[in-house]
Design a protein. Structure first.
Ligand SMILES: Nc1ncnc2c1ncn2[C@@H]1O[C@H](COP(=O)(O)OP(=O)(O)O)[C@@H](O)[C@H]1O
Ligand SMILES: CC(=O)N[C@@H](CCC(=O)OP(=O)(O)O)C(=O)O
Length: 264
């Protein structure tokens, strides 16, 4: 068996992005991660704050933002501009040659507007294709892609897309070229057995344990779609998935922190 190069696909959540000190610390650690890497960022919290300052109300259903036209304009400005470009500037100052992209840039992540059923999510995209080759070529030329949670459709729409799903789909597409290590970084030490006890970190999590904790209610809210994305990634060829604190990225890349999600 030939050894393939390891690629770290790192997702950073909105609570860290909203906190300048935590974000700067995370970026220092990210810039030190060895080997090829990709950063996928959220920013939901900043979008909600900017929307509120413009008197635009935020509506979320199952962790997904209802995105009408005014909200689409907000998330385009916030994710594609404010958040993405500040991350790129900070990474450049740390010596990491980051290139900021939405899914539309280079045609890397295409989606379809979510069909209206009982609920109209508005301008929300469901991913249909990731151009892994295009992303691999950027990495091969020494760049570190920093991807915002926006995708594009064949009709020319820019669509709001959940960042956890972007990370999972991107890691899957890059598994053709690399041994992919997907890391979800956020503000807790991992998946907690008791959401009120920050130290009750599960070392590993399998589908039956997940189902049990979900039924008890100890895994809830945003952690449910995150874990569904984590299991989907493993099923579709991603080598390893870890859920960890943004402060623990360096340790988690080596397998020494956070919750490792496994299929069995
Ligand atoms: N068992 C659990 N362990 C850790 N976090 C949990 C758990 N159950 C629910 N959560 C919640 O899930 C949230 C993470 O999901 P989300 O807000 O989507 O994260 P992100 O900021 O990475 O996008 C945490 O802030 C936490 O409040
Ligand atoms: C469709 C949809 O819900 N998109 C997300 C994209 C941002 C995101 O996922 O941010 P976090 O990782 O910080 O939660 C949203 O607008 O909140």
């Amino acid at each position: 068996m030939t050894m393939r190069t390891q690629l770290s696909v790192v997702k950073i959540g909105g609570n860290i992005i909203d906190n300048p000190e935590a974000c700067s610390r995370f970026l220092q650690d990210f810039s030190k991660v060895k080997g090829p890497k990709i950063l996928i960022h959220g920013g939901g919290k900043v979008a909600t704050q900017v929307a509120a300052s413009l008197q635009i109300e935020t509506k979320m259903v199952d962790g997904r933002r209802i995105t009408d036209k005014p909200m689409l304009d907000v998330v385009t400005m916030v994710y594609g501009g404010l958040v993405n470009k500040n991350l790129v500037a900070q990474l450049q100052s740390l010596g990491t040659n980051a290139i900021g992209l939405t899914g539309a840039d280079g045609g890397i992540i295409r989606s379809v507007k979510r069909p209206v059923k009982s609920l109209d999510y508005g301008f929300v995209g469901d991913i249909v294709a990731v151009d892994g080759k295009q992303i691999e070529q950027m990495i091969a030329s020494g760049l570190v892609p920093v991807i915002a949670p926006l995708t594009y459709s064949n009709e020319g729409l820019l669509l709001n897309t959940n960042a956890d799903t972007m990370a999972s789909a991107t890691a899957v597409a890059l598994s053709t070229y690399f041994d992919t290590n997907l890391l979800y970084c956020f503000e807790k030490k991992g998946v907690l057995a008791d959401p009120d006890d920050d130290d009750s970190v599960l070392e590993s999590l399998t589908p039956p344990t997940y189902t049990a904790y979900k039924a008890k209610g100890s895994i809830n809210k945003g952690m449910i779609p995150k874990l569904d994305n984590a299991f989907a990634a493993l099923t579709d060829g991603v080598g390893k998935v870890t859920i960890c604190h943004a402060n623990d990225l360096a340790q988690a890349v080596l397998g020494n922190a956070g919750t490792v999600v496994t299929l069995d």
